[in-house]
Structure formats: structure tokens, C-alpha cells
Design a binder for this molecule. Structure first.
Ligand code: PLP
Length: 376
């Protein structure tokens, strides 16, 4: 049983089928001038329109396909900043795709500031207002935290930022929001928004950056000038088509999925009420539970659940080998809470019976471990 859907998801059968069909029947280069190339190009453009609709974007906005969210995040940052520009703001606890880039820019001499998180895992508005000065040129704040599920009030943050300086470019990493809650990029007011295929039951190796009409970003990858000159490299047509199919499927039943997953999270939290080692650190999104079982290291619990074919996470999969979780640290958790923190993340396909089984096995393994520990 897979409880690590914030790290990746299984591809929808229809998306896989489209991936295979396009790979077999329309493997042509979309830049080619003959009619087969045009056919491939049409697939790309149709998929672009579909995904834009799923984001509630205007058809005049751009959507740049990339190799995934990591690349889209880099494109958002590196494509927006200018030499000798102003200050760049990032939230603490961003995904490493943002955080590492921000720190690298800091080392290269750019003026970087990080906005504090509250203990509920969202950006601290007081700190945000203090740091959002007229010399800020770029802001990146994730929509939903991949660690805790905390939902940042992006629309309000954009409004505050634009009042300070209307030309600030506001980016949000929407990887854990798109397909889970209704996303309307126009209502959010963001200039740039990142999404990823494999987090919404689409294929891996495909993502996109939404770019609001009128916003100019510089390309990071130079070459043949694909994607309107913004991202060179032959388009991954099968993955793009499958991504659009997954986006269609996932947004169609979004409300129903949300209510179902909410009942799963509620069941888990109710089952842990009064259970002494349990601490909850998750807020907002029902898709993610971040919690600790005090006294049992996260990695020990993760491996002990494997014998039941249960797979959970210990935070961001890409950075799970690092000992301190930046997000939880920024929220002020103790060392004891951090080393025992796990991440459970749901898919709409999961059942209450699976969660019952998870609760039963976690309690059994935690009790067993703690009883051995205290006997020593
Ligand atoms: N941003 C967030 C919030 C994520 O959760 C992830 C994946 O863990 C990424 C970016 C990176 O996504 P990708 O694997 O598509 O590069």
C-alpha cells in the first residue's frame, strides 16, 4: 500500500495508453515542416490548451512545457531575475528545487531574503510585509507545502506585493495544489505557476510553467527555439499528451476526490486521538499528513512498515537523506519531533480500509518499539 503520493503517483491507464499510442503513431518532430510534424505540433498545442483550461488560465497566457517541476521552478527564477536587480524573496521551507537555487544565487551575490513560517507552516504575514519592500523584484512562495500540506494564501500575498511594487514578479510552486484543490491562476493573480505531471497521475519527466500574459521571462535552455523560444529542446510529445489527459481526469472530479481524501485524513487523525506518542504537524491540504511518533525514528518506522507492504515518506523524497527537515525546523518543531516525523500522503483512489490497516500497523510497530526501548 502506497502512502507516499506527494512524492509521485501511478499513471492513469488512459494517460498511459495515450502515451503509448502517440509514441507509436506520432513520434515525429513537432518542428518538422512536413505534415507528420504538423500532426505532432497539433498534439502539443491541443494539450497546452487543455492544461491551460485546467488551470483556468486565459488563452492569451503562456504555458511552457519543461522536463518537470524542478526545471519549471528554475526557469521561473532564472528567467525572471536580472543582473543588478533588486531583492529576491523566498519562503522558508520551499522545495529544494527553489531553496537550492535561492541559496546558490545568494552565494553569487544576489540579494536574497527568506520569509519566516508560522508554526502552522504558512508564511508569516508580518514578516512578509516587513520584507516585501519596494526594491523587491521577485517572490517565490509555494501554494501548498509538500511537507505539511499547509496552504499559503497566495491571492492575498500577491495583492500585498503588487501594492508595494506592481512590477514584482510573483511565482508560486503549485505542484501539490494542482489537481488537489481548484486552481484558478487568474484569481490567484500569480505571474508564474509551476505544475508537474507525475504528481497528478500523469507521466514522469514532464511539467510546465504557466506565464501570465505580458510577463517576459528569459530562456534558460538555449537551442532550437522551441516553446516560443522559452525552452529549447524537442518537445516530449507523448508525455505532453499524457499530461493533458491526466490533468483532465484529475480536475474533472476534484471536489469529490477532495471530500473523499478529507475523510481519510480525518479518520487517521481521529484514530490517533489520545495516542501518547502521536504529534500532528499538518494543516490545510487533506492529501498530506505530517506527524511524529515520539521516541521512534522516522526511518525505523518507515522500514518496519515495509514488511506489511506499506510505504510512507519521511518528507520530501528528494531530500529525505538529509537529517533536518527545513520546513519543520522553520515551524519551530523540536529535534525530537523532527527526527520522528513521517509524511503520509494520499491519492483519491485509497480506501478507508487501507487507512485502517495503516493505523493498526503503525500503532503496533510504535508500541512494540517503545516497549523494547523502555525495557532496556
Ligand atoms: N515542487 C514541489 C512542491 C514538489 O513536491 C516537487 C516534487 O517533489 C517538485 C517541485 C519537483 O517536481 P519534479 O519531480 O516534477 O521535478
Amino acid at each position: 500500500m502506497f502512502f507516499d503520493h506527494a512524492s509521485t503517483t501511478k499513471i492513469f491507464p488512459s494517460s498511459l495508453q495515450q502515451y503509448v499510442e502517440v509514441s507509436e503513431n506520432c513520434y515525429y518532430n513537432p518542428s518538422a515542416l512536413y505534415k507528420k510534424g504538423l500532426e505532432a505540433k497539433n498534439y502539443v498545442e491541443k494539450s497546452r490548451s487543455i492544461i491551460k483550461r485546467c488551470l483556468n488560465a486565459s488563452m492569451l497566457d503562456q504555458l511552457i512545457f519543461t522536463s518537470g517541476a524542478t526545471e519549471a521552478d528554475q526557469l521561473a527564477i532564472l528567467g525572471s531575475i536580472r543582473k543588478n536587480g533588486g531583492k529576491l524573496l523566498f519562503a522558508e521551507g520551499e522545495h529544494p528545487a527553489i531553496d537550492q537555487e535561492a541559496k546558490d544565487l545568494g552565494q553569487k551575490g544576489y540579494r536574497i531574503e527568506f520569509i519566516k513560517l508560522t508554526k502552522e507552516g504558512v508564511v508569516d504575514i508580518v514578516d512578509f510585509k516587513k520584507k516585501c519592500t519596494p526594491d523587491v523584484v521577485f517572490i517565490s512562495i509555494m501554494h501548498i507545502s509538500n511537507e505539511t500540506g499547509a496552504i499559503n494564501p497566495i491571492a492575498s500575498l500577491v495583492q500585498i506585493a503588487k501594492q508595494v511594487n506592481p512590477s514584482i514578479i510573483f511565482h508560486s510552486d503549485g505542484v501539490q495544489a494542482f489537481g488537489k484543490i481548484k486552481v484558478n491562476v487568474q484569481q490567484l493573480g500569480v505571474d508564474l505557476y509551476t505544475i508537474s505531471g507525475h504528481k497528478i497521475h500523469g507521466p514522469k519527466g514532464i511539467g510546465a510553467l504557466y506565464v501570465k500574459q505580458g510577463i517576459t521571462i528569459k530562456p534558460v535552455l538555449l537551442g532550437g527555439g522551441q516553446e516560443n523560444g522559452k525552452r529549447s529542446g524537442t518537445e516530449n510529445v507523448p508525455a505532453i499528451v499524457a499530461f493533458a489527459d491526466a490533468a483532465t481526469n484529475i480536475t474533472k472530479d476534484i471536489e469529490q476526490h477532495y471530500q473523499h481524501v478529507l475523510s481519510l485524513k480525518q479518520y487517521f487523525l481521529d484514530s490517533m486521538k489520545g495516542y501518547a506518542p502521536f504529534r500532528n504537524h499538518s494543516f490545510g491540504s487533506p492529501y498530506i499528513i505530517s506527524c511524529s511518533f515520539i521516541g521512534m525514528k522516522a526511518e525505523t518506522l518507515l522500514h518496519s512498515l515495509e514488511q506489511y507492504d506499506i510505504y510512507i515518506g519521511t518528507g520530501s523524497a528528494c531530500s529525505s537523506k538529509k537529517t533536518n527537515n527545513r520546513t519543520l525546523q522553520a515551524m519551530g518543531l523540536s529535534q525530537e519531533e523532527m527526527i520522528s516525523s513521517i509524511r503520509i500522503s494520499f491519492s483519491f483512489e485509497q480506501t478507508i480500509e487501507e487507512v485502517q490497516y495503516l493505523v493498526e500497523k503503525i500503532k503496533y510497530e510504535v508500541d512494540r518499539y517503545l516497549s523494547i526501548l523502555y525495557k532496556k
